[in-house]
Write a protein that binds this ligand. Structure first.
Ligand code: NAD
Ligand code: UD1
Length: 343
């Protein structure tokens, strides 16, 4: 009998890669998604890679009746990995209530349904955004969580606080909050990757779409930051490395090796690259020239976000294996595949 795991947001970018990693490690996964930012095709793509087509439950987790029905059906699951959330930072500034009701509502409903059905191991998708502008680099887990700049970011900070209150109130549940830094890249097979709807906000899809000609030019937001080249620095991490961290974190909970009822880990590569360094890595790896221009700063950007992931390396027995060239190369392979271009 395979151990069953529920993956909410399972057809999304990080959820789908994690589903592949878990299936390949011998788990049965059930994907739960309302398809608000992903497509059902992802299920077949996971099937193509793993030769196992997982079950998909299409429901809105922010609606309690739907959540309750599906969890009852899968009460034999042993763990939940909760990716489901809305994640567009700019949109969250315009639609704060939508973001709070979706992200907080789906979290509390999932936790309530998990409890009712005796599923007591829970992994949460958090973000480096919970730190706001950090006081020092690299950022360790115990750094102050300052108020994030957006309702999206604040929904992640509040989610962590809700889970802290929950573990303080009862001993039955074990939670791991994983704070991702900047996930980029795609599965080696070219079957899975990031598929933003509309104009991308994030750097990597903007780069690959510019290289294909969908976007005319990449705007580099600011060169007057206090960094080595004046350009903001981020800690980019390959999405497959991130997926592998979820497997490690889940197995730590399943083996009851966690030392606290709620543990928190930063997940990054520990190496910071400026936007210009990412552009150069892209050009060198792919041979594609990128049309870019430096412009003014983007609101809400901080100069530098680099993780200390030492705790994850030690406690999760995990390390990111893929370098920047593999990140940008796989993102380009995915972009070419979905656009069906020949270059
Ligand atoms: P994604 O949008 O590709 O995946 C999220 C999935 O959740 C989507 O498939 C969407 O349809 C689904 N969803 C949203 N609300 C739902 C609801 N109410 N009920 C059911 N399904 C719902 O995003 P992603 O990049 O894979 O991110 C996964 C998680 O990681 C999110 O919680 C996100 O906030 C967090 N995160 C992402 C990044 C990043 O750079 N991608 C960084 C830090 C944290
Ligand atoms: C952003 C969010 C963060 C969220 C993360 C993943 C903000 C302020 N932060 O992180 O909360 O968790 O995405 O969804 O929005 N850049 C350009 N040109 C572009 C796009 C980006 O120069 O067209 C630069 C940015 O200034 C930044 C870097 O590239 O320095 C990375 O940007 P991005 O991919 O948007 O991620 P973050 O801003 O780090």
């Amino acid at each position: 009998m395979k151990t069953k795991v529920l993956i909410t947001g399972g057809t999304g970018y990080i959820g789908s890669h994690t589903a592949v990693t878990l299936i390949e490690a011998g788990y049965e996964v059930i994907l739960i998604d309302n398809l608000s930012n992903s497509s059902e095709n992802v299920v077949s793509r996971i099937g193509t890679i793993t030769k196992v087509k997982p079950e998909l439950e299409v429901i809105d987790l922010a609606k309690m009746e739907q959540c309750a029905t599906v969890f009852k059906r899968h009460q034999d699951a042993k763990a939940i990995i909760h990716f489901a959330a809305l994640k567009a930072v700019g949109e969250s500034v315009k639609k704060p209530l939508e973001y709070y009701s979706n992200n907080i509502g789906s979290l509390t409903n999932t936790l309530i349904c998990a409890k009712k059905n005796g599923i007591d191991k829970f992994i949460f998708s958090s973000s480096a955004t919970v730190f706001g502008e950090p006081d020092s680099i690299p950022i360790t887990e115990d750094a102050l969580r300052k108020r994030p700049f957006s309702p999206y970011g604040n929904s992640k900070k509040v989610s962590e606080e809700i889970m802290e209150d929950l573990v303080a109130s009862e001993s039955a549940v074990s939670i791991t909050s994983l704070r991702y830094f900047n996930p980029i890249g795609a599965h080696d097979s070219g079957e899975l990757g990031e598929l933003p709807s509309g104009v991308p906000n994030n750097l990597m899809p903007y780069i690959t779409q510019t290289a294909t000609g969908i976007r005319e030019k990449l705007w580099v937001y600011g060169d007057d930051y206090p960094t080595r080249d004046g350009i903001p620095i981020r800690d980019y991490i390959h999405v497959v490395d991130l997926a592998e961290a979820h497997l490690s974190a889940m197995e730590r909970l399943l083996k009851e090796e966690n030392e606290e009822p709620m543990e928190v880990f930063n997940l990054g590569s520990g190496v910071g690259y400026s936007v210009m360094e990412v552009i150069h890595a892209f050009e060198t790896t792919t041979g594609q020239k990128l049309n870019y221009e430096i412009t003014h700063r983007r609101n809400g950007d901080v100069p530098q976000l680099v993780a200390s992931s030492e705790l994850a390396y030690k406690k999760l027995d995990w390390k990111p294996k893929r370098n920047l060239s593999e990140m940008v190369g796989s993102a380009w392979a995915w972009e070419k595949k979905i656009r069906n271009t020949k270059n």
